[in-house]
Write a protein that binds this ligand. Structure first.
Ligand code: CA
Length: 525
């Protein structure tokens, strides 16, 4: 009998060993797949300015770096690479459509912010009629009028095995179109995203609605379990995001988290967790509210990083930190501006640096050098090919032409100081508030130089950005040869992508290209 028991024992041990080995092999296989496909988090902040952080992005620390408290951005920068010249467009939708499509705004034609189907949210300024821009945003189909048909970035990731998670502000397509729902653009999960680009309220007590008494287009969808509670929207979205990536991790699926905060967009409402601190520092009430929203956003970044550390997946997770346009420095609704962007000129809606230069950080464990920094410039459409290359995806097809260039060589410190590359902005629209650099315009940045062409009066501004980051000295007359050269580069590009120009109401003629003879003669004569 003893022998039988011994035999059974040996058999049991064998089976256990075999099963363990099988389990180990399976885990090994999963690890191999996981290591091939890193998790990717794109942490996108709304309307955050270049100086709205304690991380210095200029050559020196500014008073604004002292004002704001963003320890988790500091932590991310210490673990990754800081981009000092990262660009987006100057308003929400063009940036978000470029990000999800890889196209420049001049090509995708969603050149202004979107909301209602077939309706431009902003009226044209005096003297111009706007072109038929794509006011219905990005769409997964060619059947929607006034929109751009795209193969969306998350769709490609999803098709290659990623769990694609959308949390927060979408703002890709107009109300009642397919593009208003992130799920129609390749996200497998959508938490709180829809057509509108701002929240009704940041307060759970307010159900994240503009008014408790009636429904409104700005009311944040979903998040019902937080309604009536003392929770700030930024915190609710963070908890939801961590829950979603935890589910993906447990299911052993690589994930793409698009953590698109509504913060720090208007309405400027204090985050009670941090507001008093800034009042005590002597900031005025609006600035204190804004600073508390920035710190709440930063805490979200920290909470997500802590989750990655605690769950042992930080080493296989890439984090890209970005904002979608400059800080709102224009005086909104008669109040004081809550942010300033200095030393940059102007802010949201402007072609000046304050409208388009963004705080950007990338951490890619094992690839980016810790605490590194680059002055190479990048623009928002570059994220599309970069994210796909990070995910190891090269066999994809898109219905649209991709304008973005992968910035992997920069992350790997293999170059490129490609100052010969030109970056382009095209805004044949009206934004509303006034200020330096605000108005319908086309812009090119090439090397040290930046040329802005204003549509309403064919006026130019030419700046040497390297020497004059605040864009204080217009060199259009003094450097007329440089102006002509850049006007040619800009004109060729705009014609090449079939860009739309506004019409002058006095002549009923299309605004001339920046390199048109009559435009150049007017400057140089
Ligand atoms: Ca924005």
């Amino acid at each position: 009998m003893n022998d039988i028991f011994k035999a059974i024992g040996v058999l049991a041990i064998c089976l256990t060993v075999c099963s363990c080995k099988q389990k180990e092999a399976k885990e090994e296989q999963v690890r191999a797949v996981e290591s091939k496909q890193p998790n990717i988090i794109l942490f996108m902040v709304d309307d955050m300015g270049w100086q709205d952080t304690s991380v210095p992005f200029w050559t020196e620390k500014t008073p604004f770096n002292e004002r704001y408290t963003t320890p988790n951005m500091e932590r991310l920068a210490s673990e990754g690479m800081k981009f000092t010249q990262a660009y987006a467009t100057s308003v929400c939708s063009p940036t978000r459509v470029s990000l999800i499509s890889g196209m420049n705004a001049a090509r995708h034609r969603v050149t202004n912010w979107t909301l209602r189907r077939g309706v431009s949210a902003v009226r044209p300024p005096k003297g111009l009629e706007m072109p038929e821009w794509n006011l219905n945003g990005a769409q997964p189909t060619d059947s929607i009028e006034r929109s751009t048909h795209i193969t969306a970035l998350p769709q490609i990731l999803k098709d290659h095995g990623y769990e694609t998670i959308h949390v927060g502000k979408a703002h890709f397509g107009a109300l009642t179109t397919p593009g208003e729902n992130p799920k129609n653009l390749g996200f497998s999960i959508n938490i709180a995203g829809h057509a509108a680009g701002a929240p009704g309220s940041y307060y759970g007590r307010q159900n994240f609605k503009k008014s408790l008494d009636s429904d409104n287009i700005w009311d944040v969808p979903g998040l019902v379990k937080y309604h009536g509670k003392d929770v700030f929207l930024t915190e609710a979205l963070t908890q939801e995001a961590i829950g979603a990536i935890d589910s993906a991790h447990r299911a052993r699926k690589p994930f793409y988290l698009y953590m698109a905060h509504y913060a720090v967009h208007t309405p400027i409402q204090g985050d009670p967790r941090f507001e008093q601190k800034y009042l005590d520092k002597g900031l005025d009430p609006i600035e204190a509210k804004y600073a508390s929203m920035v710190e709440g956003m930063d805490k979200s970044l920290g909470d997500i990083m802590n989750y990655l550390d605690d769950s042992g997946i930080a080493d296989n997770t890439i984090i890209l930190f970005m904002s979608d346009n400059g800080g709102l420095s224009a005086v909104a609704r008669g109040g004081e501006p809550h942010t300033h962007n200095k030393p940059l000129s102007s802010g949201k809606g402007s072609a000046h640096e304050g409208g388009i230069r963004e705080p950007m950080i990338v951490k890619w464990p094992g690839v980016t050098k810790k605490n590194s920094s680059t002055d190479n410039y990048v623009i928002i459409e570059d994220f599309f090919p970069t994210v796909l290359e990070m995910a190891g995806i090269s066999d994809y097809k898109t219905v649209q032409t991709i304008d973005g260039q992968s910035f992997l060589p920069i992350l790997k410190s293999e170059g490129t100081s490609d100052n010969e590359r030109a970056l382009f902005w095209h805004y044949p629209n009206n934004w509303g508030p006034t200020g330096p650099g605000i108005g319908a315009s086309s812009t090119v940045r090439k090397g040290d130089w930046k040329l802005i062409y204003y549509h309403v009066d064919s006026r130019f501004e030419l700046f040497n950005i390297t020497n004059d980051i605040g864009e204080t000295t217009n060199l259009a007359i003094k450097e007329s040869e440089k102006l002509k050269q850049l006007a040619g580069v800009l004109g060729n590009y705009l014609r090449g992508v079939n860009a739309q120009m506004p019409t002058r109401t006095d002549t009923n003629q299309q605004v001339p290209w920046p390199d048109a003879e009559q435009v150049i003669n007017q400057i140089t004569n």
